[in-house]
Design a protein. Structure first.
Length: 214
């Protein structure tokens, strides 16, 4: 059974506060919160970004920190990763895509134990209306065995190379207050919960904390 994390809109105190991945060229709107495995009903909220820059870059919207992973379990290499979120771009010439990065970081908040997925863009461009995007990717090749104090860190944003005269105007819809989760498609516009999923069935030191992450 896979492990799914919700992407809440709130900003809660996290067990560690790692620096944002340096592969995000713009972290100006980046915020941090915990990543629950069950819904906590944070409001469905659109986070918007606007700049005056046409360079090719990736913009971080939000960082999510899991509960502490139980030591001795395997993060499988070359596994299928899934990510669904409603997102949109300001203009068809913005040429933007959803982007995702996943790391395992130690309890010091600094040591990167494993890059599960480097910051990676989806392969289907956004449209002007917030629309579901089905992101799939294959994780880094080698397995990793967790040790005490490991946390999974998910980072979500957009990236792209706007045409000359355009910018990275975009929006992403966070929250987990909807009755249902976004389906695995590229067409839905219903206001449903975004999520990220690993194939591995992972366990946590504090199961209740992992579920609520309040």
């Amino acid at each position: 059974m896979a492990t799914l994390w919700y992407l809440p809109s709130d900003t809660l105190t996290t067990p560690i506060s790692p620096a944002f991945n340096a592969n995000w060229e713009d972290t100006s709107i980046g915020t941090r919160t915990t990543a629950p495995t069950t819904k906590r009903s944070s409001a469905m909220t659109t986070v918007n970004f606007l700049d005056a820059d046409a360079t090719n870059k990736d913009i971080l919207f939000k960082q999510f920190i899991s509960a502490e992973l139980t030591s001795g379990q395997t993060i499988t290499g070359a596994q299928a990763l899934k990510f669904q979120i409603l997102a949109g771009e300001g203009d068809i010439d913005s040429n933007l895509f959803t982007a995702l990065g996943i790391r395992i970081i130690a309890s010091d908040g600094t040591t990167v134990r494993k890059i599960v997925l480097a910051v990676t863009r989806d392969n289907l461009e956004l449209v002007v209306t917030n629309t579901n995007r089905q992101f799939t990717a294959t994780s880094a090749a080698t397995n990793y065995t967790t040790v005490a104090g490991d946390y999974l860190v998910l980072e979500v944003g957009v990236g792209g190379d706007p045409a000359v005269g355009f910018n990275h105007e975009s929006g992403m819809r966070f929250g987990d207050a909807a009755a249902s989760d976004l389906p695995e498609d590229n067409t839905d516009t219903t206001d449903l919960n975004p999520w990220v999923q690993l194939t591995d069935t992972l366990t946590f030191v504090d199961t209740l904390f992992a579920q609520a992450m309040m």
